[in-house]
Write a protein that binds this ligand. Structure first.
Ligand code: HEM
Length: 457
């Protein structure tokens, strides 16, 4: 069967498309879909790109034919100076396989259940701080910053059994700098990161800062006796990483690889979870009818208690709110794959070497699969709707072998934290509230942050 050539999104002059992509990446791609449909190619500063925007394309690339694709592609080249050879960006398939084999047992629902206390304890602490501020009439919260600290504390307690409050704020700042510089470098990759501009110097400093944070935590642990925490509580993730041995060759992780994996877990867990819960609280503030149903469920299921991991299957509507938030504002809203060989998708030729862009901001608004795509409607995730929708219309955690390893961790944390906020409090829009727009950095950040006022229910 002869293959068709992909439609091409052209722009006047080689630089035109790149400049439009830099200015408005999501608008540029949405216009491409309007003109050329769900599969088209374009060039960014000479680099051949293909946008794939249908569930069957995504399943083909990430699941059915994943052997034909790897992560040796621009977006991962952009983030590799930070993430190095850790699980998120590593392109070497053998190294990835070995690391994933060793790390998968650390992220099963059973292991995650042991970390649920970290999630609820830290949320309690945050809410107590919010309540003190409310009583002191300082109830306008910088929600993104607050949730960022919560997410970092939870992942650090789970990794290191440590309270890292002050260091967490500094890590947050360093990550924010790197996310913003690399986000704009991805949209317009010039000049190369090796050119010593003041911005690139700031990036270097931010990376050094995050590296120092991770080395300090690991060195502290190596200097101590191996901790398994209070008897009866699970070993932390660092202990599990230090103990993990590859079943095929019986060896553990090199020190450098361990450093990269710890950093990947911190980064993978921090910004995505922060954005998801911040957007979720913002959407609830704008949709009191959804919030009312959330309160009913939380009251009925918890009866005033603090939730536990075992409550998760009964927090059905709470979870639907999380799922819908991850649809509208998918924090990891784009990924890429590199075609290692020529392939065919939906009868079109995919040339070897193509950089395939998958953008879940667009996919999650595809009108064929989502009625009223822009509306915040948790009922999109009622079981009867999920069962008739193609699975790959919704990929907030990716799919296939490289699906997010922290998915169960994230969903437990998000659901427990949301239920805890809703138990006694509401977050409402301040009087002068403006609509918060998404800012497509490496992750989908709320532009200007989210600021809400805390009130009691
Ligand atoms: C709402 C929260 C989260 C979202 C939306 C998210 C999203 C994603 C996505 C889309 C991928 C796949 C990327 C691709 O295919 O290119 C991924 C991979 C990954 N995530 Fe997450 N993630 C979240 C939370 C977490 C947490 C809590 C952790 C760690 C505790 C984590 C660690 C990782 C790692 C290590 C990978 C690489 C997996 C591999 O390639 O084997 N993530 N994440």
């Amino acid at each position: 069967m002869s293959l068709k050539e992909l439609p091409t999104l052209t722009s006047r002059g080689g630089l035109g498309g790149a400049l439009r992509f830099k200015r408005d990446q999501l608008g540029f791609l949405a216009a491409g879909v309007r003109h050329h449909g769900d599969l088209f190619r374009f060039r960014l500063l000479g680099v051949p790109m293909v946008l794939a925007n249908r569930p069957d394309h995504i399943r083909h690339i990430l699941v059915d034919e994943d052997d034909r694709y790897d992560k040796d592609t621009i977006i991962f080249k952009v983030v590799r100076p930070v993430l190095r050879n850790g699980l998120i960006a590593v392109a070497d398939r053998e190294l990835w396989r070995r690391q994933r084999r060793m790390m998968a047992p650390l992220f099963t629902p059973r292991t995650i259940a042991g970390f649920a206390r970290n999630m609820t304890d830290e949320t309690e602490r945050m809410l107590a701080r919010w309540e003190r501020r409310r009583q002191a009439d300082e109830a306008l919260l910088d929600v993104t910053d607050e949730i960022g600290q919560l997410a970092l504390r939870v992942v650090n307690r789970s990794l290191f059994s440590a309270d890292v409050s002050r260091a967490a704020q500094e890590f947050e700042r360093a990550f924010g700098t790197a996310n913003s510089i690399l986000g704009s470098f991805f949209r317009f990759p010039f000049p190369p990161l090796s050119v010593p501009t003041p911005r690139h110097h700031r990036l270097r400093q931010a990376i050094d800062h995050m590296d120092r944070f991770v080395s300090d935590m690991i060195n502290k642990r190596l200097g101590e006796e191996e901790t398994t925490g209070v008897p009866g509580t699970p070993a932390d993730l660092l202990t599990l990483l230090l103990r993990s041995v590859d079943e095929e060759d019986g060896t553990g992780m090199e020190a450098e690889q361990l450093h990269h994996e710890v950093l990947n877990i911190c980064i993978g867990a921090y910004e995505t979870t922060t954005n998801a819960l911040s957007w979720g609280l913002y959407l609830l503030a704008r949709h009191p009818e959804v919030e009312g149903r959330l309160h009913d469920e939380v009251d009925r299921v918890l009866g005033g208690r603090i939730p536990q991991f075992e409550d998760l299957p009964r927090l059905v509507y709470t979870r639907m709110i999380i799922d819908e938030t991850l649809r509208l504002y998918s924090p990891a809203y784009q990924t890429m794959r590199h075609a290692r060989e020529e392939d065919a998708i939906a009868g079109y030729r995919i040339p070897a070497g193509s950089n395939i862009l998958i953008n879940s901001y667009l996919l999650h608004r595809h009108p064929e699969f989502w009625p009223e795509p822009e509306r915040f409607a948790p009922d999109n995730f009622a079981p009867e709707r999920v069962s008739v929708r193609p699975k790959h219309a919704y990929i907030p955690f990716g799919s296939g072998p490289r699906v997010c390893i922290g998915k169960h961790f994230a969903l437990a944390e998000l659901t427990l934290a949301l239920a805890m906020v809703a138990r006694r409090h509401r977050l409402v829009l301040p009087e002068d509230a403006r609509k918060v727009e998404p800012e497509p950095l490496i992750t989908l950040h709320p532009r200007g942050g989210i600021h809400l006022r805390l009130v009691c229910r």
